[in-house]
Design a protein around this ligand. Structure first.
Ligand code: CA
Length: 224
């Protein structure tokens, strides 16, 4: 899951980014509204964590524009305690939830998980492809009902491929969704993690049961 934090208080933004990366999320940071909106348009995020009081463009305007362009994106707003009218306006503007500053980090992660859970329930709670099952909300995957011990990147790749089962997924799409802006695009990092994932699935790349290589294009999770 790739998240964009738009927050002008640098210390808070960095602390949130560090903590959320530790939780397995891919995090990008923007420190004003215009930069946030730009990054939101250039990259493909699953969720925005959006401060309301921002320089250059306020959070309400960012929320309105992002919601208009990307109806499916999740938006969690950060609001100040002394402005209750902002919370109502924020929800009216299209935010999915809000959190009042100051908050405990554990409250933020609980809200994020709840939003993703609500979202996946709206779509599909547990993903399944053949003998593989994956629960995006709890970050657990199983093969033949045996729990898979996956790294964060392997889990992210598997989730993305399963969400697009039957479709060819390019290496660029995987880099976009599973990595953040710190990814080095000129390494064979995707291939390395795909190989690790195949190994754990017991999948032979020459005669794959699950992940096919489409030479020169990308990868495809076999549907069904
Ligand atoms: Ca602020």
């Amino acid at each position: 899951m790739r998240l964009l934090i738009i927050e002008d208080e640098r210390d808070l933004a960095n602390a949130l980014a560090k903590g959320l990366r530790r939780e397995g999320y891919n995090i990008d940071l923007a420190c004003d509204g215009e930069e946030g909106l730009h990054m939101g348009q250039v990259n493909d995020y699953d969720m925005l964590i959006l401060d309301l009081n921002l320089p250059r463009m306020d959070g309400m305007e960012v929320c309105r524009r992002m919601r208009a362009m990307y109806p499916a994106i999740l938006i969690l707003m950060l609001t100040a305690r002394d402005a209750p009218e902002d919370r109502v306006a924020g929800l009216d503007t299209g935010a999915d939830d809000y959190l009042i500053k100051p908050f405990h980090f554990s409250e933020l992660t609980a809200r994020i998980r709840a939003l993703f859970r609500r979202d996946s329930r709206a779509h599909e709670l547990i993903l399944a492809c053949g003998d593989i099952k994956l629960d995006p909300a709890s970050h657990v995957a199983w093969l033949n009902n045996r729990r898979l011990e996956l790294t964060r990147k392997e889990f992210g790749i598997l989730e993305y491929l399963m969400r697009h089962a039957g479709e060819v997924v390019s290496q660029e799409a995987l880099l976009e969704h599973v990595w953040d802006e710190r990814a080095n695009l000129f390494t064979n990092t995707v291939r390395v993690h795909i190989n690790g994932l195949r190994h754990k699935l017991g999948d032979d790349p020459d005669t794959p049961c699950y992940i096919e290589t489409i030479i020169g294009v990308g990868y495809r999770m076999k549907a069904g």
